[in-house]
Design a protein around this ligand. Structure first.
Ligand SMILES: [Zn+2]
Ligand SMILES: [Zn+2]
Length: 710
């Protein structure tokens, strides 16, 4: 029995998470934890929401809400989505908790006392227009390496390079758009360079790490580690425990404190259990094993910075054993990023599909060694042709045939012939392969070997042809069904870490009242008792039907916020409106002057048709269209949900080809019951609601169903 710490990267509480995030962190961490719990290891799985940092403050400023309001909203959403996905943390915490803050400040003070933190004056980008420094995401510009146009001051999210803000080409303030100037400021520095030798020695025996993780880490060590500032000129975060008024306007850098959360959350878990001393069993026992589940953009924070913090803070602490960082899951070749409002959002996926379907595809297509691609057709196909057709069908056939022909109970096994014995041996062989792969965090291979057991089951079932055997040799037929149900039982156990909900259903259908997740991993090898009553229910999995891209895909409707409203210089009924779409700002002309005052429009979230051919309206260029319902009486804006991120997709495809106004007019969009809005297509055969995540877009002022929207 080993003590295992499963440490899961802290998602920013700055917006909903997407499938790419889940497949690099929550899902593999949960599979790994479930497997080790079944093996009898003592697992402590911790993590939570990262409440601080510039992703949260930038978004909060855009929405005009305090950062804690935004962070609390998304922390609650993350916690809900994690539970829906069946991901079982021992503690899903957050970094705004006072106990985390206190522990972080204590670690900071200890490191400083040991000479690993000192204060230095450095030059930071400063925006004169807004009279503020520009930490991390507040400065944007072109990446000097890959020339991505919207790289941020701390990191280029396109190529993953960590950046010094002065390296950016054409840098600008994210808020004011002005080029920053250098200004001196005082910050606390972590002496990472002092850990060059200890880290090199520590890395030397990490040959079991994934190759991209090892290569990336070694490249950093070869370049030579630099001391790094670990405070920021920002007001949201953990206060710097240093005397002097200049520190009041600074906070501890989010990456310095969030990684400490693995230790502080472990303490918190045992504190809540009433035995705080037990935390030491995970953190001071050299036999304890620590695994960190993260995405590739966070590698060095976990392979170098965090181990250095641990070494500096207390040399007896357990260091990471493995850091199976995942590459990215891309959609249409682009990295999914919560910061940029793209992606396949968890709240939306969880509303449309079962958690096991999402977990299955996420694992079967997990970007373990190289980036993978999220593709809707592939998502449907893998679920339908593997999870459903191989696993779901096999167990359903065995269950329904036994129920129908053997009085709803497990038939007895009589004489086992060679094929029967071979099938029983297959259980053990596949079970071993699944376990071996899981030990090394090879999740894709582990899942493939588990499905292979169902595949072999189907081959066996077909070869036995029980539908013939039941008439010619009832005892042999009973044996074949017994073996098939035994294989189904084994599948419920070996699939439990991957698809926990369907394993519970299957376990129950096989006649067990116990919890399959409480079974030991070795239970997969046990036989099923003859005579046990079966409880055959619905098939385990539903077929996924993805509509072929229809008319709706030709539109690109996103959430925008009105940031400026001016009178049109040449037209009495028109406004010139500026909308913020999250990653771009557009100017467009709208005929709403008779229906809304400037004050009523300013700050409102609206639905913007983004792929309308730009045009000049009475001399003013208009790039896009604010959608609204209109009848003879009035005009009503479409209102996305209050918490919708700017730039979030409401309908259609981001970057869809441009439409002329007359092409757009062929599509029918109408008000529906409950102030909802639906897209009906050109032929009115479709009915796709306007939505963001799981929430509907509603029409302002109340219009009767059928009112046209344009
Ligand atoms: Zn500024
Ligand atoms: Zn780059």
């Amino acid at each position: 029995m080993t003590k295992i710490l499963v440490a899961v990267a802290w998602p920013y509480a700055s917006g909903p998470r997407h499938i790419g995030h889940a497949v690099s962190t929550f899902i593999p961490a949960d599979i790994f934890s479930r497997y080790h719990r079944m093996k009898g290891d003592e697992v402590l799985m911790v993590g939570g929401s990262d409440m601080h940092g510039t992703p949260t403050t930038v978004r909060a400023e855009e929405e005009g809400v305090p950062p804690e309001v935004l962070a609390n909203r998304y922390h609650a959403l993350h916690a809900k989505n994690i539970e829906q996905l069946g991901v079982r943390y021992d503690l899903y915490w957050n970094t705004a908790d006072p106990n985390h803050k206190r522990d972080v400040q204590e670690i900071f003070t200890t490191l400083r006392g040991k000479g690993y933190i000192d204060e230095r004056t450095m030059t930071s980008p400063f925006c004169a227009k807004g009279n503020h420094f520009l930490p991390d995401r507040y400065v944007e510009g072109e990446c000097p390496r890959c020339h991505f146009k919207s790289a941020r001051g701390d990191q280029c999210e396109n190529c993953g390079r960590l950046l010094d803000p002065f390296e950016l080409i054409d840098p600008r303030c994210r808020v004011h758009g002005t080029p920053p100037s250098p200004k001196e400021t005082k910050h606390a520095f972590f002496r990472l360079s002092a850990f060059q030798d200890p880290l090199e020695r520590w890395i030397a025996d990490k040959g079991h790490w994934r190759l991209p993780v090892l290569t990336f880490t070694r490249a950093w060590l070869e370049e030579g580690l630099q001391d790094r500032p670990v405070t920021r000129d920002i007001h949201w975060g953990i206060e710097v425990p240093l005397p002097g008024p200049e520190w009041a306007s600074k906070r501890i850098y989010v990456w310095f404190e969030a990684v400490m959360g693995y230790l502080t959350a472990s303490r918190e878990y045992w504190r809540r259990k009433g035995s705080p001393v037990r935390c030491k069993e995970w953190w001071y026992d050299p036999e304890a094993r620590h695994y960190y589940f993260i995405g590739k953009d966070n590698i060095v924070f976990h392979t170098l910075f965090w181990p250095a913090i641990l070494m500096g803070y207390d040399e007896n602490l357990v260091l990471p054993h493995d850091i199976p960082a995942a590459q990215f899951m891309n959609i249409s070749g682009e990295k999914m990023s919560a910061g940029r409002g793209k992606g396949v959002w968890l709240p939306d996926l969880l509303e449309r599909f079962s958690p096991d379907q999402i977990r299955y595809y996420g694992t079967a297509n997990m970007p373990e060694l190289k980036d993978s691609e999220f593709d809707w057709k592939d998502f449907a196909q893998r679920n339908n042709s593997e999870l459903l057709a191989v696993y779901g069908n096999f167990v359903h056939r065995a269950l329904t045939f036994a129920a129908k022909n053997f009085a709803n109970a497990v038939p007895a096994a009589a004489f086992l012939d060679g094929a029967d014995k071979g099938m029983v041996r297959n259980i053990e062989e596949q079970w071993k392969k699944v376990g071996q792969n899981l030990e090394y965090c090879h999740f894709r291979d582990a899942l493939r070997e588990a499905i292979q057991l169902a595949r072999l089951g189907n081959v066996y079932f077909d070869a036995k042809a029980p539908w013939d055997l039941v008439r010619t040799d009832r005892a042999a037929c009973g044996t074949a069904l017994h073996v098939s149900l035994r294989v189904s039982r084994a599948l419920a156990v070996v699939m439990a870490p991957f698809t926990p909900f369907s394993s519970s259903s299957l376990w129950n259908a096989l006649g067990y009242d116990s919890d399959v997740h409480g079974q030991p991993w070795g239970a997969a090898l046990e036989d099923i008792p003859a005579g046990q009553r079966l409880r055959v229910g619905a098939p385990l999995f539903a077929k996924i039907e993805i509509e072929t891209p229809g008319d709706a895909e030709r539109l690109d409707v996103r959430v925008g916020r009105i940031v400026e409203v001016q009178d049109h210089p040449n037209a009495d009924k028109l406004y010139v409106i500026t909308v913020d779409l999250g990653d771009e700002v557009r100017t467009l002309v709208a005929g709403m002057k008779a229906n809304y005052t400037k004050e009523q429009m300013l700050g409102k979230r609206v639905a913007v048709l983004c792929n309308l051919e730009p045009a000049k309206l009475r001399g003013v260029p208009s790039n896009g269209m604010v959608l609204a319902a209109e009848d003879a009486r009035d005009v009503g804006l479409l209102l996305p949900p209050d918490d919708a991120p700017f730039g979030a997709q409401i309908l259609g495809t981001r970057g869809a080809p441009r439409l002329t106004f007359s092409e757009f007019q062929k599509f029918k969009i109408r008000v529906a019951e409950g102030d909802r809005v639906v897209f009906l297509g050109t032929d009115e055969k479709q009915s796709i609601p306007f939505k963001v995540g799981d929430k509907f877009v509603r029409v302002d002022k109340g219009f009767p169903p059928g009112t046209p929207v344009h």
